[in-house]
Design a protein around this ligand. Structure first.
Ligand code: 4AD
Length: 467
């Protein structure tokens, strides 16, 4: 095949060379019958192509007319010579131009798209500035973006967001593999709810009532019972959420891990500490371009974290909130608002956006959570926060069948529906614990985005099943 150049690779060093590129027509600017500019875009990069009618170059006025008649977002191949512009180019990422020799349209887009990409890529500050100057610019709403997601995904910020997501997922695997975890896959069609509660999608499995897995929880523990000391899974998680919030999806990507505990469940916290510090470092050091691109549309403060992750007890957290004037039920759960406030208080006091809160009250944790040995009103459990919002929950699990069955019943779960799971602990099961991370939440909060729909490529929420 012919040799293709990536638009993002075009720089001074290519000057004088003939290259072949493919891109989408982002902007088309006719200058005269004999001259036109076409900006081509390929993922996060853009380059200006110049058409000048001249017999020497083999460019006719018809070709110039053909180029100016192209619709925006059409897919185009260009063969041309790389040249250096006289002045710096403001509208493109690449600082070279292509003197077009040949141009082919591979597939035309319709003349008027339902979203204007220029508007979709603007920051809030740009809209405000334009408004003050009396200009009328149209904001592209979240629903419109999601209805036409294939167009919306082309904005520079969106191109960066899912590259960041991929890096987080990849680092998660890489780090856990380096700590001797084994990647597994557990079934998503299961017979009963895995987290309790009403938030399950029910279905019929060959006529038998079944549901979509709310987490790999029971099966990742059974893998530990099956002799795997350390396991992880990256897979879909289904929650029949009926609330519309900025941070709940009906389907999200779960990053789960489960491991034997030798002496203390803080061994699980240590894995989280090493894992997330390595993810944060990787993103800040190796994804600068992506983060800058996201920041241009959605400005944010860089995440602050400590080399050794801060751990606070739930009681300390409650105490901090009380001292700051928040009324709080000491054995109840923290609501979204209190969590956010605690995030701010912790940042003021300890200088970190990332911390672990541990030793939660028994009443607010799932049935499989191990009660504290010294005080069974509390549990060997924890949540992890970024910028005051939960990204992880985890715990030591109950590994004796009697206590497990008792706790299931106390939590209103019919133990007979999970008997195979409970029995697994009768055949010899080591102490163990683990955690579950929401991938979309990590990206949303690392980048300080205001809505989880921005970090899910095709989000599923209570209102949305298409596209
Ligand atoms: O807190 P959750 O429900 O915990 C579990 O599923 C446990 N089995 C984990 C464990 O190993 N103990 O979910 C874990 C994480 C949350 O911290 C959150 O980041 C994310 O999954 N999450 C959601 N993300 C998007 N939409 C939703 N509806 C979510 N529900 C939970």
């Amino acid at each position: 095949g012919r040799s293709w150049t990536k638009i993002g690779d075009l720089d001074d060093s290519a000057a004088g060379r003939t290259v072949l590129i493919r891109g989408a027509t982002q902007a088309i600017r006719p200058v005269s019958k004999k001259m036109a500019f076409v900006v081509l875009r390929q993922s996060m990069s853009t380059v200006q192509c110049v058409l000048v009618a001249s017999a020497d170059a083999g460019v006719s006025t018809q070709m110039v007319r053909f180029a100016t008649a192209l619709s925006k977002e059409s897919i185009v191949d260009v063969e041309g010579v790389v040249s250096l512009p006289k002045e710096p180019l403001k509208a493109t990422t690449q600082q070279v131009e292509i003197q077009v020799r040949k141009i082919y349209c591979i597939n035309r887009a319709i003349p008027t798209l339902p979203i204007n990409l220029e508007d979709a890529a603007r920051s809030e500050a740009e809209f405000e500035k334009a408004e003050q100057a009396g200009e009328k610019l149209v904001r592209v709403g979240q629903d419109t973006r999601l209805n036409y997601r294939t167009i919306d995904l082309r904005t520079p910020a969106n191109q960066a967001i899912f590259r960041i997501q991929c890096q987080v997922e990849n680092k998660f695997r890489e780090f856990l593999l380096s700590k001797d975890f084994v990647g597994i896959h557990t079934p998503k069609l299961i017979s009963g709810s895995s987290e309790g509660g009403a938030a399950v999608f029910k279905l019929l499995y060959n006529g038998q009532p079944a549901c979509l897995a709310q987490s790999p929880q029971l099966y990742k523990q059974m893998a530990i019972c099956g002799g795997y000391e350390r396991v992880f899974e990256v897979g879909p998680v289904f929650r029949a959420e009926n609330s519309n919030t900025h941070r709940h999806l009906c389907e999200f990507v779960g990053l789960d891990a489960e491991m034997e505990i030798k002496e203390h469940y803080f061994e699980v916290c240590d894995i989280i500490d090493g894992l997330f510090v390595s993810i944060f470092k990787h993103l800040t050091e190796n994804c600068k371009k992506e983060l800058e691109t996201i920041n241009r549309q959605y400005p944010c403060e860089p995440l602050q974290y400590l080399e050794k992750t801060l751990k606070l007890t739930y009681e300390e957290g409650i105490q901090m909130l009380k001292e700051a004037g928040t009324e709080i039920e000491p054995m109840g759960d923290l609501n979204t608002e209190s969590e956010k406030k605690l995030g701010r208080l912790v940042k003021e006091k300890y200088g970190t956006d990332f911390f672990i809160l541990y030793r939660y009250p028994l009443g607010v944790r799932p049935f499989y959570t191990m009660p504290c040995y010294d005080n069974p009103a509390y549990t060997n459990s924890f949540d992890v926060f970024i910028r005051g919002e939960e990204i992880i929950s985890g715990a030591q699990r109950i590994h004796t069948p009697e206590l497990l069955a008792k706790r299931a019943t106390e939590c209103g779960i019919d133990a007979s529906t999970i008997s195979a799971y409970i029995e697994s602990f009768s055949y010899g099961a080591p102490p163990h614990g683990g955690f579950g991370v929401g991938l979309e939440r990590v990206v949303m909060l690392f980048c300080a985005l205001n809505n989880i729909r921005k970090t899910s490529m095709f989000p599923r929420d209570p209102q949305r099943l298409v596209p």
